[in-house]
Design a protein. Structure first.
Length: 150
């Protein structure tokens, strides 16, 4: 996240999943900064923000990330990565299952469509036979009428 030119300070991880941010700047920039860190989008979920006002010291020249012990930081990142990999695996398996269900439904629909087509063919054949029978019958009756008139 890009902060405004007048925002300076630090961000660091605390115990648990808490994060401490100390920011300095003018009030309007800090208000904008606070609205920007209210994030609820994976993997970040800011549940609450505690704001303490203080005096501007000009202690920092830029916004700095203070990292903890490299081993602890690595462990936390690996734990987070494992959590995301497990979630990805679950969602992938779920997607495959849904895809398989959709293919089963599609197969059922195709079988129904084939059945409807076969019924349609039978119906068309019956209509053609009826037309032929009707045509023959009308032709025969027409010939009979014609013979009687002559």
């Amino acid at each position: 996240m890009k902060s405004s030119v007048s925002d300076t300070g630090i961000v660091r991880n605390c115990s648990g999943y808490d994060v401490e941010i100390i920011a300095e700047g003018n009030e309007a920039d800090l208000d904008q900064f606070i609205s920007q860190i209210k994030i609820i989008e994976e993997p970040i979920c800011v549940e609450s923000i505690k704001i303490e006002s203080g005096t501007y010291d000009g202690k920092w020249k830029y916004f700095e990330i203070q990292r903890g012990n490299p081993d602890e930081e690595l462990g936390e990142r690996l734990d987070a990565a494992l959590t995301y990999l497990v979630r990805i695996d679950y969602n992938s398996r779920r997607s495959v299952k849904i895809g398989e269900q959709m293919l089963d439904k599609q197969d059922q629909m195709l079988a129904n469509q084939d059945y409807q087509i076969s019924l349609q063919k039978v119906t068309n054949q019956e209509i053609q036979e009826m037309r032929s029978d009707l045509k023959d019958s009308i032709h025969t009756k027409y010939q009979f009428i014609e013979q009687r008139l002559h």
